[in-house]
Design a protein. Structure first.
Length: 258
């Protein structure tokens, strides 16, 4: 089954969706130290620590689209990355078994799949909630960082209206019970980062309300497209907001040498 959209709906160019993924993930990884995407060859990209980043080094992340397994392996060897993961983006689910078998034969372990969704904001469906608020204070940002055990936004983003990163959350008292971020990756495109709802508050529409509030703010700021990767639960949620699946990301890691 092809994952291309219906003919009457013009999709976001797949290269732009990939760029949004690369830039968005690298942006949030850079909250601790610089992490950047680079072109590693035809149809292959790598996200990795900047050359001057302080140790310890983090795993590199390779992303491939339309490249043969042999070309991907060559790009990984040329990069000299020993510790890495690999994501292969497919247009067509009929290619899953063949692709998994090819990379297993090359010494990789298949870790799972995540659908790539895109949304034209003009087609969004809203579910507003007054409980959602955009995070503007350092105190709220710190509460969220403590709950998430990692920083979700930088201080400089809090005061800027049209910031590169905008964080939205729902609180129960002082406890953050849900959050999501929008990371602008292009003038008219944003990456959705880290939608999360606490386990004891799921199935109450909080995730849907968070996404609606974020997308409404995106549209206010001139963003026309939203891009994200979906978990199994998200795959059920996002179509209700108007998102459509545009690809499928297969995730691999190298098998450990015996």
């Amino acid at each position: 089954m092809s994952l291309q959209r219906e003919a009457e709906v013009e999709p976001l160019p797949i290269t732009t969706a990939i760029e949004a993924f690369l830039r968005g993930v690298s942006f949030t990884r850079s909250f601790t130290k610089p992490y950047a995407p680079t072109d590693a060859g035809a149809g292959v990209w790598v996200m990795a620590d900047a050359p001057d980043a302080k140790p310890p080094p983090r795993n590199s992340e390779f992303v491939a689209y339309g490249a043969s397994p042999e070309s991907v392996m060559e790009a990984i060897r040329d990069n000299g990355a020993s510790r890495h993961s690999l994501c292969v983006l497919l247009d067509d689910t009929a290619e899953i078994d063949r692709t998994v078998a090819a990379y297993k034969a090359l010494g990789y372990r298949f870790m799972g799949r995540e659908p790539l969704f895109t949304l034209r904001l003009a087609e969004r469906r809203g579910y507003p909630s007054p409980a959602v608020r955009r995070i503007r204070s350092a105190e709220d940002a710190e509460r969220i960082a403590k709950a998430a055990r990692s920083r979700q936004i930088l201080p400089r983003h809090l005061a800027e209206d049209d910031s590169d990163c905008r964080l939205f959350a729902v609180f129960e008292g002082d406890r953050p019970i849900g959050r999501v971020s929008s990371v602008r990756t292009h003038a008219d495109c944003a990456w959705v980062s880290s939608l999360f709802v606490a386990a004891d508050h799921r199935r109450k529409g909080i995730g849907r309300s968070l996404m609606s509030a974020m997308l409404e703010d995106d549209a206010r700021l001139g963003i026309k497209w939203s891009v994200l990767l979906a978990s199994s639960a998200g795959t059920l949620l996002y179509p209700h907001l108007g998102y459509r699946q545009q690809g499928l990301l297969l995730i691999f890691t190298p098998k450990r040498a015996k």
